[in-house]
Ligand binder design. Structure first.
Ligand SMILES: Cc1cc2nc3c(=O)[nH]c(=O)nc-3n(C[C@H](O)[C@H](O)[C@H](O)COP(=O)(O)OP(=O)(O)OC[C@H]3O[C@@H](n4cnc5c(N)ncnc54)[C@H](O)[C@@H]3O)c2cc1C
Length: 205
């Protein structure tokens, strides 16, 4: 592990960093020891550069969504969590030929995404109601319930790698029970899901 990675990371534009954070503050089950740092990239470029520096220095890292599916050890080696909380947390919908697509940042909470869909009269994603995760976590875990799962509605994802942006369409993604297998190693930046227009009162039901 190269020693200079901390100053390299600190000099990346558009990232916030908190050092020596107890991960127990960020997991639903309130478990997890002190992590070297949590990095909050605020742009795609910052995220790509972050991955590049960490990979180059052989520093292990993982993405921290809302921490609702993470059991973290008390004793952690030098490692980094990347959080998209301060990055892509908005959603927008587009309609063409009766088809509606909802594109949202991976850091958005599913509860916020559900509210946006309800306000815009979009139906088809209600199976996510009550799952306490982020969209990125839901994509990676193929989250769902008996009413449906992410694989039913995912159209494509934007991944960030150390080399930049890669768009992956559903035909190149494999899904299994509560697991999504992406062909590229990286961080999910956003996801596009399909939905349908409906009257608000129907969505609310
Ligand atoms: C009370 C409770 C109820 C639950 N109910 C359900 C349920 O009904 N159905 C269900 O499917 N699950 C359920 N879960 C599990 C959990 O909420 C889901 O798996 C959820 O999708 C995890 O999202 P998260 O943002 O919390 O991910 P995290 O727990 O933070 O991370 C999960 C995994 O995804 C990875 N990850 C997260 N974001 C990204 C990203 N942007 N790019 C790449 N990797 C990423 C993480 O590194 C980790 O490997 C429940 C959990 C709890 C505590």
């Amino acid at each position: 592990m190269s020693r200079g990675w901390k100053s390299e990371i600190s000099s990346i534009k558009d990232v916030d960093i908190t050092w020596n954070e107890p991960l127990s503050k960020y997991t639903t089950f309130k478990v997890g020891g002190i992590i070297t740092c949590i990095i909050y990239p605020k742009s795609k470029e910052a995220l790509s550069k972050t991955i590049d520096v960490l990979k180059g220095a052989c520093v292990p890292y993982f993405v921290l969504g809302k921490g609702s599916n993470l059991l973290v050890a008390d004793d952690l080696p030098e490692m980094v969590a990347i959080s998209l909380k301060r990055a892509s947390v908005e959603a927008e919908s587009t309609e063409a030929g009766g088809r509606v697509q909802v594109r949202a940042g991976a850091g958005i909470a599913l509860s916020k995404l559900m509210r946006i869909c309800l306000n815009q009269g979009l139906t088809g994603l209600e199976f996510l109601v009550g799952i306490p995760g982020s969209l990125g976590g839901a994509v990676m875990m193929n989250a769902g319930t008996k009413h449906g799962e992410i694989s039913d509605v995912l159209e494509h994802v934007t991944m960030m790698t150390e080399k930049g942006e890669v768009r992956i369409t559903r035909m190149n993604i494999k899904f299994s029970y509560r697991k999504t297998h992406l062909p590229v190693e990286g961080v999910v930046w956003d996801a596009t899901l399909h939905a349908e227009k409906a009257e608000k009162k129907i969505v609310r039901k």
